[in-house]
Ligand binder design. Structure first.
Ligand SMILES: [Fe+2]
Length: 276
């Protein structure tokens, strides 16, 4: 039989446990940055691009729960990685357009010799956002591509409109490209269903936040994807396309993260034909 004392001790333990998990997921993990370094194999990568590095920041969701100071810290961290190029894969704000100016001011401090490129996410309003980011030197790609030259060789950097909030058009995006490697920025990883039928080599995506809450031995119970948790985070190979899904640095819906730490990814491109 459970005594009154045992009951009180159990109840206190339960409350302390809930408070610890709550404190960790609300206060600690959302600011506990993870830096992931990933090698990406690209067939026929021109020699000049061997070892090129790209830093990816995604799903910043600047709002009262993702303060400017944290974004500043993330920008500083990206700059310490000295990437050749920076990719921003959408969802710059959450809930209100009023935050776009301040997030753009922080992103203006990003430094990469090959440039800073961006696509919009489902939380971004095209009106205003494109102008504000462009004025800070960020090249926003909406169903378009540019060639990136090193000496006389090149590859393509492309970006698509958002799958949910925009009109994702791969045909327009890739029109005029040739057989040189293609690196694509795409907010929503569900688009891999279409992208895998093209000759895009590498896709950087975000959107899922890694589920934001991951249960031990189960994974994320909620992922905003028609594929459930399949593309929640990490590296995927579909047909000839490699896709990486970044967990983002911000939060949406609930200001918590649990076993889904905010992430900055640093990719290094390498020629798969030269890997023994
Ligand atoms: Fe997001």
């Amino acid at each position: 039989m459970i005594s009154r004392r045992m009951f009180i001790q159990g109840a206190c333990g339960y409350v302390l446990g809930v408070m610890s998990v709550g404190g960790y997921s609300c206060l600690l993990e959302p600011r506990w940055l993870e830096i992931r370094k990933v090698f990406i194999n690209i067939h026929a990568l021109p020699k000049q691009f061997e070892g090129m590095t790209i830093a990816q920041l995604s799903d910043i969701h600047h709002c009262k729960y993702v303060p400017r100071e944290f974004i500043k810290k993330c920008v500083r961290k990206v700059n310490t990685l000295s990437p050749d190029m920076i990719a921003l894969t959408g969802d710059f704000v959450y809930g209100s357009k009023e935050f776009i100016s301040s997030v753009a001011e922080e992103l203006a401090e990003l430094k990469a010799k090959e440039g800073v490129f961006a696509v919009l996410g489902n939380h971004d309003c095209k009106d205003g956002t494109v102008d504000i980011l462009s004025k800070k030197g960020i090249r926003v790609l909406i169903n378009e591509h540019i060639p990136l030259y090193r000496k006389k060789d090149y590859l393509f950097i492309a970006g698509v409109d958002d799958l949910w909030a925009g009109k994702l058009d791969l045909e327009t995006t890739l029109k005029g490209t040739d057989d040189k490697p293609k690196v694509l920025l795409c907010h929503n990883p569900d688009a891999i269903e279409k992208i895998k039928h093209t000759n895009v080599d590498f896709v950087m995506a975000g959107h899922t936040h890694g589920g934001q809450v991951c249960l031990p031995l189960y994974g994320p119970p909620v992922v905003y994807s028609k594929f459930g948790a399949r593309y929640a985070s990490g590296l995927f190979h579909e047909e000839k396309t490699t896709m990486y899904v970044n967990k983002g640095i911000g939060v949406s819906n609930f200001p918590i993260r649990f076993f889904a730490r905010p992430e900055i990814t640093l990719f290094t491109l390498q020629n798969s034909a030269q890997i023994i």
